[in-house]
Design a protein around this ligand. Structure first.
Ligand code: FAD
Length: 337
């Protein structure tokens, strides 16, 4: 084996796998990197997501400090792309966001991003009337979104141009990848079966993608109601969070509930054309798993279990996973990490 040119497999082609592959390639010019997955692009959970940069306050890594570092590193990573002319091709857009509540002041605050986004402040009385409803509490913040439908092909194009390989296949075990020096496990919910990880649980989500080119800001209401502007004028309307549900079928009752709640917030959405209704299973795990493991003698770096926040946190967790992988390639043992 030529140690100057290690052979690395990244299992998974969602936002986590593709981001890890990109960061890895930037750090390991000479490596032979293959992304191996059975689902790509639109078929991944990543392409169901609204992709907004707003973590739930319960999002958690192994420590508070690591969680915050993941978020801050991710924000800075996306800001660097936003500053370039590539941002539209990369599917990244900045916008204003409002979160309202009739009942609970605390849901309008977010300690994980208040110090990093340029503005996070309470709304004034005029802003409380921006949307329909008798809102009592609200915050305004500036944020961004990452549309995976553009971001994944954008990374893939760069990755292939720099010599990366894409392989379409299902991986049944890490043992089947024994000719690789290092494996990154970015299989999302698929990690449940690859690692027999019973802490990884689906949280079913359903969203409506509707044409609303006039929508320029994101709005959140109570009970998981959100409206997020999108690329090419297609907004994401949500949502639901159904713990331990594996149902991939569109539920008409969920569609009706999402429509009623979102139109209650913004009545103009009643006239919006529905482009599609999508279902995705969020890979939920507490904490999100970014760590190395020796599996049957093979070096595996896990990076999965991002729940409802994998799009926004892919770079931060990906940077840590790649750092662990580089240390392993340089000869550190898993137990010394
Ligand atoms: C309705 C909804 C709204 C969301 N909104 C947001 C949001 O606004 N912001 C945000 O940050 N996040 C959001 N999320 C969460 C986000 O979508 C996920 O956290 C993220 O997509 C997880 O990415 P992933 O790459 O781990 O998984 P996936 O996108 O599911 O990719 C997993 C990859 O692994 C591959 N794979 C799995 N098992 C195997 C195997 N055995 N062999 C080969 N390949 C395998 C799959 O084929 C796929 O390529 C939302 C999710 C949903 C469902």
């Amino acid at each position: 084996m030529d140690k100057s040119s290690p052979k690395v497999a990244v299992v998974g082609a969602g936002i986590i796998g593709m981001t890890v592959a990109k960061i890895l390639q930037e750090n390991l010019g000479k490596a032979q990197i293959s992304v191996i997955a059975d689902k790509f692009h639109d078929d991944t959970v990543s392409c169901v997501a609204a992709g907004i940069f707003r973590p739930g306050t319960s999002f958690r890594g192994p420590t508070k400090e690591i969680t915050k570092k993941w978020i801050d590193d991710s924000w800075n990573y996306f800001q660097d792309i936003l500053k370039t002319s590539e941002a539209p091709d990369a599917g990244i857009m900045a916008f204003d966001a409002y979160i309202f509540s009739k009942e609970n002041y605390h849901v309008t605050r977010n300690h994980l991003i208040e110090d990093i986004v340029p503005i996070y402040r309470p709304v004034n009385d005029d802003e409380l009337k921006l949307v329909s409803g008798d809102w009592k509490y609200g915050s305004y913040f500036s944020t961004l979104k990452v549309g995976s439908e553009k971001h994944l092909p954008w990374i893939e194009k760069k990755f292939k141009a720099n010599g990366g390989k894409i392989l379409h296949k299902k991986v049944d075990s890490f043992a089947s990848l024994s000719d690789y020096d290092l494996i990154f496990n970015c299989a999302g919910l698929g990690a449940k079966y690859l690692c027999q990880d019973y802490d990884l649980v689906p949280i079913r989500g359903q969203v409506i993608k509707a044409r609303a080119p006039w929508l320029k800001a994101a709005f959140y209401g109570d009970y998981d109601t959100y409206i997020v502007p999108g690329l090419d004028g297609v907004a994401t309307l949500g949502g639901v969070r159904q713990y331990d549900s594996y149902n991939l079928e569109v539920c008409k009752y969920d569609t009706a509930s999402i429509m009623e709640r979102c139109c209650g917030l913004l009545p103009a959405l009643k006239a919006a054309e529905v482009v599609t209704v999508r279902v995705g299973l969020r890979p939920h795990r507490v904490p999100t798993r970014v760590e190395a493991e020796l599996v049957g003698g093979q070096k595996v770096v896990h990076c999965y279990g991002h729940g409802g926040y994998g799009v926004m946190c892919a770079p931060g967790t990906g940077m840590q996973a790649v750092q662990i992988g580089l240390d392993l390639l340089r000869g550190k043992t898993v137990s010394k990490l």
